[in-house]
Design a binder for this molecule. Structure first.
Ligand code: ZN
Length: 305
């Protein structure tokens, strides 16, 4: 039976934000059943709790940010993706700055830190959000659609007019093991020609070849090259997992996305949540056996890969 999870002990992660360039420290603190993932800015006067929830998303340009006024936390998507992958339902995340550290641009460093801290079961069963109808969001040529399914399946396609990307397509069936093997190491990416424009907008100020794949007109500028030939589409799926985790429960549905970004993902979450007949929240007790097998493959012991 699947029980809710949190970390076995408190742990810390430090680094720089890719957009702000600011050095920050995260403290990840175990939380009780049904708390969800909650952020708190510890560098501001009031201790406001900001739940990681789709309806609290306030920024979607080149990152996903939650909160209001100056009580905002940016670039939460890779950390949330890692938490989702390990089935961590409840956690308090204290942060002493405006943006989650980018680490190496992927979710792998977060997976490492979380597994080092170890996971533990809580007393309540896990709850899942099961999609009941086909729902679509379309913004010009970008779209995402979700339909009922017993698993979480994500089929994404990206299109960039660059010789190394062109069109990349991938179908991914979520399980913790598949995610760690196929998705977690894929880094975020950007184009060298966009760097000045992004910096003028206050973005990418902490960006470097250490925390993103950077492409010039022909090739990858990072000396180590790519981690996978199709690292770009793998990172898109990493982002989809992080953004859809903001529904607040593990998701069962088949998603298809085309050229989608954080805005499309957030609009799809909001569309799902806008009508209670679009979905059902079910307890792990009533989950089909096959789904449970998908999700329990990851052992709780931190030393196991
Ligand atoms: Zn990303």
């Amino acid at each position: 039976m699947l029980f809710q999870r949190t970390l076995a002990r408190e742990t810390k992660v430090g680094g720089r934000g890719i957009h702000s360039g600011k050095k920050v420290e995260l403290t990840l603190i175990p939380a009780n059943s049904d708390t969800g993932i909650v952020f708190v800015r510890t560098d501001l006067p009031e201790r406001k709790e900001i739940p990681a929830h789709a309806l609290r998303v306030s920024a979607t340009e080149n990152n996903t940010g939650i909160g209001e006024k100056n009580y905002v936390i940016h670039t939460i998507e890779h950390l949330l993706s890692a938490l989702y992958a390990l089935g961590i339902d409840n956690l308090l995340i204290e942060i002493n700055g405006p943006e989650v550290p980018i680490m190496d641009g992927s979710a792998a460093p977060f997976i490492y830190v979380l597994k080092e801290a170890g996971l533990t079961h809580l007393s309540q069963h896990k709850k899942f959000l099961v999609v009941k109808k086909e729902l679509e969001v379309k913004l010009q040529d970008k779209w995402a659609v979700i339909s009922p399914c017993d698993h979480l399946i994500i089929e994404s396609e990206v299109v960039f007019p660059h010789p190394l990307i062109k069109r990349q397509k991938m179908s991914f069936q979520f399980s913790p093991t598949n995610y760690i093997r196929e998705i977690s190491r894929a880094r975020t990416f950007g184009f060298f020609k966009d760097v000045d424009m992004l910096k003028r907008k206050g973005l990418a100020r902490g960006g470097s070849l250490d925390n993103a794949i950077v492409l010039d007109d022909f090739k990858v500028m990072n000396s180590e090259g790519l981690r996978f030939p199709n690292e770009f589409i793998r990172h898109k799926i990493l982002d989809v997992v992080g953004d859809m985790s903001l529904l607040g429960h593990p998701l069962l549905g088949r998603m298809k996305t085309f050229r989608s970004g954080h805005l499309v993902h957030n609009q799809l979450c909001r569309k799902i949540l806008s009508d209670p007949s679009n979905y059902e929240i079910i307890s792990a007790i009533s989950l089909p056996k096959t789904v449970e097998e998908d999700l329990t493959m990851l052992d709780l012991h931190p030393s196991l890969a």
